[in-house]
Design a protein around this ligand. Structure first.
Ligand code: GSH
Length: 154
């Protein structure tokens, strides 16, 4: 049985849990919570970056990060499911993953900034990462919905 080291609030761990369900691998993966605040948690040995998710295989090999884990799970499920073999479709899918991961990274940094950075050190814009960057990544339709919501708030 493989072990997924994970925590419920982690969006990257959720991404992996979704992949497990979509690939029909739920009976092959046990989910074990991590305490990121506990320096003695075995996660530090499993993943030298100290981050979740990490997938521990039966032979003790550990895979991280979420991109490597979902590729491995896709391979275990026979391949060509989440990541198509056809090069054009595959690279489109990998690019979509990079976009989604970038948005998740920005979200995680916003949470960490609020949680760990002293208020007076925070960026005046409210965040080091609230950005044109993640706004530009939203589909046009949701951007214009947000804009008209903001206008109607005034
Ligand atoms: N690129 C990594 C990002 C993983 C990540 O940022 N995990 C966060 C939780 S959502 C974490 O473990 N943070 C703990 C830390 O930074 O010490 C992935 O795709 O798995």
């Amino acid at each position: 049985m493989m072990i997924l080291r994970s925590a419920p609030p982690s969006p990257f761990a959720r991404k992996v849990r979704m992949a497990i369900l979509m690939l029909g691998l739920a009976d092959r993966v046990e989910i074990k919570p991590v305490d990121l605040n506990d320096p003695a948690d075995p996660l530090r040995r499993e993943n030298p970056l100290g981050k979740i998710p990490a997938l521990v295989l039966d032979d003790g090999t550990t895979f991280y990060d979420s991109r490597v884990i979902v590729e491995y799970l896709d391979h275990l499920a026979g391949g060509d499911k989440l990541f198509p073999r056809d090069p054009a479709a595959r690279f489109a899918q990998l690019r979509l993953q990079a976009l989604c991961d970038g948005l998740l990274d920005a979200g995680v940094l916003i949470v960490y900034e609020g949680r760990y950075r002293r208020r007076r050190c925070m960026c005046r814009a409210g965040s080091i990462v609230r950005p044109a960057r993640s706004r530009a990544a939203l589909p046009r339709s949701s951007r214009s919905r947000r804009r008209s919501r903001r206008r109607s708030d005034r």
